[in-house]
Design a protein around this ligand. Structure first.
Ligand SMILES: [Zn+2]
Length: 164
């Protein structure tokens, strides 16, 4: 089963991807991770990334194809496809069973983002729906949990304002 997951920053995409991944034993396919992984093995891609050049649609689809070949259950596509061309290319190499779009109002997004806390040590992320078991302490490493500057309401509003 292959699912495309869409949603803006603060929509809870990461959390939903994690849940879907666990429930259906899917691989979470983020193109960023895929590229970083490819750069460790592929000289051409490493060079392009080092020079700040974009990877072409053809290169990306080849990486996805290779990744899917090693997965039997399917994948959650996160942050891909972004264009119609990419969507068509993806449709040619695999079957897409569903597209999930997470929609929420600006107010909800702001509330979610401003409830986000990050572990200083291992960078684990906590929020309203997945609070740490012990307040202020990371479940994974017992590190200190804090609110990043850019997750503070003022910073988020400023960011949103600069976009409109
Ligand atoms: Zn931690």
């Amino acid at each position: 089963m292959n699912i495309i997951l869409l949603g803006a920053q603060g929509s809870g995409k990461g959390t939903q991807a994690q849940l879907l991944k666990e429930k259906y034993a899917l691989v979470h396919l983020s193109t960023g991770d895929l590229l970083r992984e490819a750069a460790t093995k592929d000289e051409q891609i490493r060079k392009q990334m080092a020079e700040g050049k974009l990877v072409s649609d053809e290169q990306m689809i080849a990486l996805i194809k290779a990744k899917l070949a090693s997965e039997t259950k399917g994948a959650i596509f996160d942050g891909y496809p972004r264009t119609l061309g990419q969507a068509e290319a993806l449709d040619e190499i695999t079957q897409i069973d569903g597209v999930i779009e997470l929609k929420l109002t600006d107010e909800e997004a702001l509330k979610r983002l401003s409830s986000r806390r990050t572990c200083k040590n291992c960078k684990a992320i906590y929020g309203a729906e997945n609070p740490p078991k012990k307040q202020g302490k990371c479940d994974k490493c017992n590190g200190e949990i804090y609110q990043r500057e850019d997750d503070k309401p003022e910073a988020i509003k400023k960011k949103a304002g600069s976009l409109s």
